[in-house]
Design a protein around this ligand. Structure first.
Ligand code: ADP
Ligand code: MG
Length: 244
């Protein structure tokens, strides 16, 4: 069974002559271990598509199934459970809480999901160590570089063992080298742990990290091509030095 199954999904904002067709008849299957880059220019519908998959926005047409369950049939409570337990979100702006350390930022969603504090701390440390941040547990966001902040955010997204990681322009606030490194690291860990990943970005350099590249334009899928993930992802990739 696919982790995500999108069947003819569409989203129209507004109505009449001001209606905007942001996503138009998109179908896509994403399996465990798959890493999909959705690429398209600004305004092509990437964030809208990702928001619908993440159950933050409802499609106006079509169906989205997560783990075989049609999300339009789930209650608000079931949807928030899904977001807490099955999804990991990564954002362009990192979205770390400035008063909390790296470790506490990663612990927060675990605590919200009901993980006991001691276990949450252990899980958070493990997740940060995988991202090469074992020496940054007590650092506040203001003392971290952009690349480190995004690695904390990725640790936070992965810590609860999500089946699906959703990343919206994760490199937009990073220099190109750091952005590429951080994305390759996310994809290497996700691949090793058999998680599904969907990254949306206008950055074509990220095709290195992906197993499939889906191009969208004006809300429509115009191409599906293989990415270069395998060339950059040995079975046991090392963690980069603490930099960037
Ligand atoms: P991308 O993430 O690829 O830049 P978006 O999904 O944000 O694209 O937007 C796709 C289209 O939908 C754009 O034309 C945008 O202006 C429009 N749009 C996005 N969100 C809304 C909204 N809440 N209300 C009206 N139009 C929207
Ligand atoms: Mg966007």
């Amino acid at each position: 069974m696919s982790v995500v199954s999108i069947r003819g999904a569409g989203k129209t904002f507004g109505s009449g002559h001001t209606a905007v067709r942001a996503v138009d008849n998109v179908s896509l299957e994403v399996d465990a271990g798959d890493i999909v880059l959705v690429m398209g220019p600004s305004g092509s519908g990437k964030t809208t598509l990702l928001s619908m998959i993440g159950t933050l926005m409802r499609p106006t047409e079509g169906q989205i199934l997560i783990g075989g369950r049609d999300i339009s049939r789930l209650s608000g409570r079931q949807l928030s459970e899904l977001r807490l337990h099955e999804f990991g979100f990564v954002f362009q702006t990192f979205n770390l809480l400035s008063a909390l350390t790296a470790e506490e930022n990663v612990m927060l969603p675990l605590l919200t999901a009901g993980v006991p504090r001691g276990q949450a701390r252990t899980d958070a440390r493990l997740a940060l160590e995988k991202l090469g941040l074992g020496r940054r547990l007590r650092s506040l966001p203001r003392d971290l570089s952009g690349g480190e902040k995004q690695r904390v955010a990725i640790a936070r997204a992965l810590a609860n063992g999500p089946s699906l990681v959703l990343a919206d322009e994760p490199t937009a606030n990073l220099d190109s080298r750091t952005g590429r490194e951080v994305t390759l690291l996310l994809c290497a860990i996700a691949c090793r742990e058999n998680r599904a990943v969907i990254i949306v970005s206008h950055d074509p350099r990220l095709r290195d990290a992906a197993k499939r590249v889906v191009t969208i334009d004006d809300g429509r899928v115009t191409a599906v091509e293989p990415g270069d993930h395998d060339a950059h992802c040995p079975m046991h990739p090392g963690v980069p030095a603490e930099q960037g």
